[in-house]
Design a binder for this molecule. Structure first.
Ligand code: HEC
Ligand code: HEC
Ligand code: HEC
Ligand code: HEC
Ligand code: HEC
Length: 297
């Protein structure tokens, strides 16, 4: 979709509110560079034991939630048309977007946010290919990583998570002791509420003012008696795939609709020429199996 001003102002609205209700810092300190921020939320250790999850996540949309070309262009436009033009807004307010696209940003020093803005402009607008590529490469270090879902967002809106804890869906004992983390079960992680924290507005925005994919999930799917969660479909049930399947995956996309076509021969009478012509009557039945309206965005 194109980033319309309407969408942008809506995003500003709920991002501003989300800043107020977000839990307080779990990971502390202020990073002055991208590398400092990355090392604060370092996932190198996780890869040693969870390579499969890492490999899946790395190619997913949320593993590339800033450097995705659509996102870069959208943020560029937001900087040029909103932050640089609208009164009361400045480059520092890029944080509005980064709060969801890379929640670790809450530990960034103000100058780092300005630097990220500059990199986004370079990545999209610079005439020199190598400068564009180098900026995109730096930005690709920013993403929604393991700690976002397995700590920061694990308990829900406004709920404070504990430092030094990995939250997961089950009771698995203490497998992370040697890397200095406790492991705690969070049932919330298996609910659609986990995803709604970013795929919907904060709870204090009126339901009607926030039509998202989650709105349609509740109104057109859950309220009609279905039970599947976002995870059931997008993480392939018990496989718990971290590819977070989306429309980029052709098989997944195909699973969203069935098309049944029924054709039978018939006759068509042209009342002006008084001719009887051969014709085909088509019955087309298109069924949506996704848990919400499609396409979206
Ligand atoms: C409340 C969380 C949240 C905030 C704040 C947010 N985004 Fe997003 N953004 C998302 C989610 C979730 C998706 C994926 C949505 C989908 O594909 O349906 C997304 C997708 C996008 C996309 C790619 C797909 C599309 O719909 O075009 C762009 C571009 C984008 N965001 C730009 C921005 C910009 C610019 C801002 C700041 C004005 C921003 N976002 C703020 C959550 C957010
Ligand atoms: C967008 C959110 C999100 C991100 C990012 C994420 N996870 Fe998960 N992860 C989940 C959810 C949700 C579950 C539980 C799914 C369920 O049980 O329904 C889960 C489950 C797991 C499990 C248990 C799987 C099993 O089969 O028992 C492991 C291990 C895991 N994640 C590791 C990781 C690692 C490592 C990373 C980073 C490379 C990561 N996750 C990134 C959301 C996420
Ligand atoms: C020394 C090996 C090791 C390292 C390093 C490690 N894990 Fe694990 N992790 C395990 C084992 C073993 C389990 C339990 C069995 C399983 O689910 O794979 C587990 C389980 C999990 C679970 C699922 C818990 C549940 O409730 O089902 C998550 C989530 C998880 N790890 C995330 C992480 C993250 C994030 C990191 C990096 C900070 C990490 N792990 C680093 C070994 C490790
Ligand atoms: C921290 C915020 C956050 C959380 C939590 C989150 N998402 Fe996302 N999600 C995003 C953003 C931002 C994007 C857009 C990234 C992009 O366009 O590259 C996105 C993209 C996606 C996409 C790809 C959409 C497309 O158009 O290709 C899917 C599918 C998705 N998320 C599913 C989920 C599911 C399922 C959960 C819960 C298990 C979840 N997300 C939790 C922020 C989040
Ligand atoms: C019954 C299965 C099912 C459930 C439940 C479900 N989805 Fe989907 N979703 C799909 C399928 C299939 C697609 C691909 C169709 C498409 O994108 O046109 C999809 C597409 C998406 C997209 C990309 C939309 C686009 O067109 O850009 C996002 C984002 C998404 N889902 C998020 C969610 C979230 C968040 C939840 C939970 C609130 C959820 N989904 C629940 C099956 C499901």
């Amino acid at each position: 979709m194109s980033v319309s001003t309407g969408r942008i102002s809506c995003l500003i609205l709920f991002a501003v509110i989300s800043i107020i209700v977000s839990p307080q810092a779990v990971f502390s300190g202020q990073a002055a560079t991208i590398d400092e921020l990355v090392s604060m939320y370092d996932i190198k250790k996780c890869v040693e034991c969870h390579e499969d999850k890492y490999e899946e996540w790395k190619t997913s949309s949320m593993g590339n939630s800033v450097s995705d070309p659509r996102v870069l262009k959208g943020m560029r436009t937001f900087i040029r048309l909103a932050l640089d033009k609208e009164q009361g807004l400045g480059r520092k307010d890029l944080k509005i977007c980064l709060d969801c696209h890379v929640p670790q940003i809450k530990n960034a020093a103000p100058e780092l946010i300005l630097h990220i803005g500059d990199l986004i402009l370079t990545a999209v607008e610079d005439e020199d290919v190598s400068r564009r590529e180098s900026a995109t490469k730096d930005l690709s270090k920013l993403n929604i990583n393991c700690f976002v879902c397995h700590n920061m967002k694990s308990l829900g809106f406004g709920k404070q998570t504990q430092e030094g804890v990995i939250y997961g869906p089950e009771d698995v004992g203490n497998p992370h002791e040697e890397i200095g983390f406790r492991t705690i079960k969070s049932e919330f992680m298996t609910t659609s509420g986990l995803c709604a924290q970013c795929h919907h507005c904060p709870p204090d925005v009126a339901w009607k003012e926030c039509p998202t994919i989650y709105t349609s999930y509740i109104e057109d799917f859950i309220s009609k008696g279905h039970k599947e969660t976002c995870q059931d479909c997008h993480m392939d049930g018990d496989r718990r795939s971290h590819k977070f399947y989306g429309p980029n995956d052709l098989d997944f996309l195909k699973s969203s609709i069935t098309l049944a076509v029924n054709a039978r021969p018939t006759k068509y009478v042209d009342i002006y020429t008084n001719d009887k012509l051969r014709a085909v009557a088509l019955e087309v039945k298109l069924t949506n199996h996704a848990g919400h309206e499609i396409p979206h965005g």
